[in-house]
Design a binder for this molecule. Sequence first.
Ligand code: C2E
Ligand code: CA
Ligand code: CA
Length: 588
Amino acid sequence: MQDEIARLASLKNLRLLDTLPSENFDRITRLAANIFGLPIAAVSLTDMNRQWFKSKVGVEHNEIPREKAPCAEVAETCRPFVIRDFQSDSCFADSTLGAAGIRFYAGAPLVTVDGFGLGALCVLGTEPRDVTDEEMATLCDLAAMVMDQVELTHALGRIEPISGLPNRFQLLNDLSDMALNHPREEWIISLLNLAQTEQFERLSRVLGPSYFDTVIQKVAKLLRDHVGDDRVPYHIGPTQFAFFAPAGIAVDAYVDLLAGKLREIELDGDLQMSMTPSIGIVAFQPASLSPEDVLRSLQSAVQDASESCNKIGLFSPAMDLRHRRNFRILQDFKGALTATDQLSLVFQPRMDLRTGEIGSAEALLRWDHPVLGPISPVEFIPVIEASSFARQLTDWVVDEALSNLASWGAHGLHFKLSINLSAANLDEQDFFERIMSKLSTHMVRPDQIELELTETVMMKETEGAFGLLDKLKSAGFQLAIDDFGTGYSSIAYLQKLPADVVKIDRSFVSEMENGNRERTLVRSMIDLAHSLAYRVVAEGVETVEAVNLLRAMGCDELQGYWLSRPIRGDDLFNWLVERDQPAALLSA
Ligand code: C2E
Ligand code: CA
Ligand code: CA
């Protein structure tokens, strides 16, 4: 006879009791009922005083008393057990099952690897019946499959070793089970992210990985207490925990509650070390959100949360749509770089305000996505710039711009192009060598190229960045400060920059016609830039009135719809020919 206390401990330890039904078990139970051609089957676990059904077919109850339950007999003996007819069985005739009209029972033991009988996989009928050896062997095989499932659920890849909590796979599994069993119930699930990935990596590097183990264990305990005895939190990523809200709580009240919890975590002496925990919250019905979508929505909500001031974010479909689109943009950009019909350059010419000459144009990137259609650079460039693709993006633009310049040159058009750079380009060790080698491939001189950088990017106080700008300038490239006025540059800084040109942001230019103040602002910007010896280009010039104002203010060049929208390379060439631009066209 096995030790009942140890047996019960082993059962408890598996955390199976009172868990939600699971299709993984139900599948086997249905099979057992079908094989025997009987209406009732169950995976029945023998708790201290009850038989609790992890899985069942044809039974209403979740449990029956342990006393005189044949499954308890199976659990205690670890042997198969058959009652051919309850009514002729002196022991079980008056049992709960017998009284409920059950006449036949066959049970195969559920035995753990260390020999504890947890309960039985059983089939029941309302008629007396015989069992063949073959049927019994099959039932035992199925019981073994149930145990495989039990062990698998418990051990194999479902528990995070550091926290001892179920992991992402278990959460996905539980979410699918909820969809089957409570499809229309309202659930609230939250995701606590302790630290941003970079913070986590930095802290792990500095303090060692075992430091994080302690933090994780502490937070796991905190969350266990938070969710209570009848639920468990999930440890779904190195720094991420998911947990369900108590039933019946309103979303707003719960957000407040979690805000308090978050402060508790932040104030905790052991935990408070340059981490910024955030919580994302998703309210959902399992029927309308797949398990994967629940996880994805949680990630989306926690990302929004990390960007918000109170670090708590309720999932918002609109934000999610943006994240999803950005994700798609990032994913598809690699393909766009090699496709022949997705990326292209358009060119927007620039005019000298004194002479009316057109000597240069800005290269602007376009993306025609095969499914999403044309995507504005305002949307996709920031996404790509924040990724490791910034390098390839600029490489693509430079190659394409140089090849256009070269082909115009072959037609006698001597022209300059402005190319927009990304912040990340300045950190690339080999940027200078790369652009020089591209120039020599296309036989273009550096003085035919102007590189545009926003003031914020130029101000990056890294030695490498300043060094690179100086090097580019010495090699003959022109440098332009793009979107001038939108950053926070001080005059002291502006003086230090090795730039030649300042491009006044179009927001100032377009407001110039609104009144005196706006006009004075543009005039002061022009004067300031001139006093620092920069050439001034006004961007976004749309009307003849603006042209006249800018000319009167002494602005050097303009760019904008008034002169031309950005156009394709061929069209630019024809446009210049039609305008009969003597400076640019030596022979056309
Ligand atoms: P940006 O460098 O300030 O480029 C000027 C933007 O103003 C262009 O928008 C242009 O089409 C628009 N624009 C020009 N004239 C007018 C006008 O008169 N009125 C109005 N309302 N708009 C005008 P676009 O092409 O959509 O580019 C937007 C931004 O995307 C650019 O701003 C630049 O920051 C970025 N971008 C575009 N191409 C590239 C590229 O090849 N590389 C990088 N790194 N960024 C690029
Ligand atoms: Ca620009
Ligand atoms: Ca600009």
